[in-house]
Design a protein around this ligand. Sequence first.
Ligand SMILES: Cc1cc2nc3c(=O)[nH]c(=O)nc-3n(C[C@H](O)[C@H](O)[C@H](O)COP(=O)(O)O)c2cc1C
Length: 149
Amino acid sequence: MSHITLISGSTLGNAEDIAKYLSKQLNIFGFTTKIMHGPKLNELVLNGKWLVITSTYGSGELPKNLQPLLEEIKQQKPNLSQIHFGAIGLGDSSYDYFCGAIKKINQELLRLGAKRIGQILKIDALKYSSPRNYAEKWLVNWIQLHTTK
Ligand SMILES: Cc1cc2nc3c(=O)[nH]c(=O)nc-3n(C[C@H](O)[C@H](O)[C@H](O)COP(=O)(O)O)c2cc1C
């Protein structure tokens, strides 16, 4: 059964909570997982499957704990052609740059050869009182797409 690295970017803990919750769900489905909150690039294995989960701050910016990773990726331009990834953004649609952070990461990963599995899930804090349930439904579909990769 395959392994999934969950990479989270969070300020107040919501994205971190979703990462932990989805990690447990993935374990129930038989995947092994590792959660990394704001990892450095050299801590990541550059092949396999990633699930990136991040909130947005400022004007569409990444949370502080994930900014260094994006900067390292932009500067070092690693070959990510062996990566398949899923993308989940937490945001608030009352802001101009709704879920801007996950869009930035998605763009950069694709640019460096990574392949995204499924659509980006955008969780709007204004709409969903239970982001865990919403994310879990997306995850079930993501797993089905993912097992064909
Ligand atoms: C100061 C501030 C700025 C924010 N800026 C944005 C933004 O530009 N775009 C967006 O979609 N959400 C924005 N948000 C909403 C957060 O991303 C959202 O509340 C998220 O659930 C927080 O998750 P976290 O606890 O993991 O950090 C902002 C929230 C705060 C408090």
